[in-house]
Design a binder for this molecule. Structure first.
Ligand code: NAP
Length: 314
């Protein structure tokens, strides 16, 4: 029986995966892209992207990803809707098992991104999406015009979300479990100086309150030091407590750090401990997490994969 072995399989179609596809497509390697549940990645949940170089007027996030996808397809990239469930990288060729089939590959670029972290408190799941709980102010902020909202978290994301929401909301309460923000100084100062933003320090969200008909009506918080409970009335709850890398199906086969992010080797950002397996984007980067840095890593991973194939007789 003969098996066809792909030159390169790219897992994920955010800006990291698609950029890797443009490069490896242009190198005539006919990359196969596996796209999971969020084709185009996190940028497709953003409205305007103002900081991607080359677009002085900004560009819609979905449009940017669609452009990149067309560019990859133009150079011969192939797309398959599939979620990798497990892998076997113990010997060549590399083996990827999706729900449908087993795929064999000489090289793999994992660009699976990261997902927003949730708190796991009562009411959070129930009201998630259109009913009041969300992880994306740029996507959903405009629904909360002249309403009170809360943002949970104390990092740059929380500050960014809170600042963005001041465009619409009447009041933004920033709920943070400590009494100092983790965010960069400039961001923290700007956030706390905004007249519409009010911090709720040492406050831990314990429940999202509401009704099935009316959606969210408030949140219950507990003071981290005194244990006192109180309710903050609001219509929207924006979770901004970090991200979880989408590395679970690979974590047994490829080195990850204590937070689950891929741990690159050899002073490279994209080489892993497994020969022929490269990583790119937010699944391997908890520091920058930008579309442009993910694209840059996709480019690096593609070039490393091309070199690896050249050295190992593609
Ligand atoms: P982050 O820096 O990890 O901050 C997460 C925040 O959520 C922290 O304040 C943390 O509290 C809080 N938190 C985490 N788990 C929690 C829980 N279970 N309950 C309550 N609070 C919880 O994440 P991020 O803000 O998403 O930023 C990630 C990285 O991207 C950072 O390096 C950041 O600088 C960068 N970033 C940059 C920009 C920008 O430059 N424009 C924008 C966004 C993000 P503690 O502080 O107590 O740990």
């Amino acid at each position: 029986m003969s098996f066809s072995v792909e030159n390169i399989v790219i897992i994920g179609t955010g800006s990291a995966g698609l950029t890797a596809a443009v490069y490896t497509g242009r190198a005539n390697l006919s990359p196969l892209l596996l796209e999971g549940t969020l084709p185009g990645g996190q940028l497709t949940t953003t409205s305007e992207v103002e900081n991607f170089p080359g677009f002085p007027e900004g560009i819609d996030g979905f449009q940017l990803m669609d452009n990149l996808r067309k560019q990859a397809a133009k150079f011969g990239a192939r797309f398959e809707q599939a979620r990798v469930e497990s892998v076997d990288f113990s010997a060549g060729p590399l083996r990827l098992r999706t729900g449908e089939r087993e795929i064999l590959a000489r090289t793999v670029v994992i660009a699976t991104g990261a997902a927003p972290r949730l708190m796991g408190v009562p009411g959070e799941k129930e009201y998630f999406g259109g009913k009041g709980v969300t992880t994306c102010a740029t996507c959903d902020g405009a629904f909360y015009r002249n309403m009170d909202v809360v943002v949970v978290g104390g990092g740059d994301s929380a500050c960014e979300e809170a600042m963005f929401l001041t465009r619409f909301a009447s009041k933004v309460t920033l709920i943070h479990r400590r009494d100092t923000l983790r965010a960069s100084k400039i961001m923290a100062e700007r956030t706390l100086a905004h007249p519409k933003i009010q911090p709720a320090w040492n406050s831990v969200l314990t429940e999202v309150l509401g009704t099935p008909e009316g959606g969210v009506s408030g949140v219950k918080v507990k003071h981290a030091k005194t244990g006192a409970e109180s309710v903050i009335p609001c219509k929207g709850v924006f979770m901004a407590i970090g991200h979880v890398p989408n590395t679970q199906p690979f974590a047994q086969a490829v080195d990850v750090d204590e937070n689950g992010y891929f741990r690159p080797v050899d002073g490279s950002q994209v080489k892993t401990n497994v020969p022929g397996v490269f990583v790119a984007g937010d699944c391997a980067d908890h520091v920058y997490r930008q579309a442009i840095t993910a694209a840059g890593m996709g480019c690096q991973a593609a070039i490393e994969a091309e070199r690896w194939l050249a050295e190992h007789g593609a």
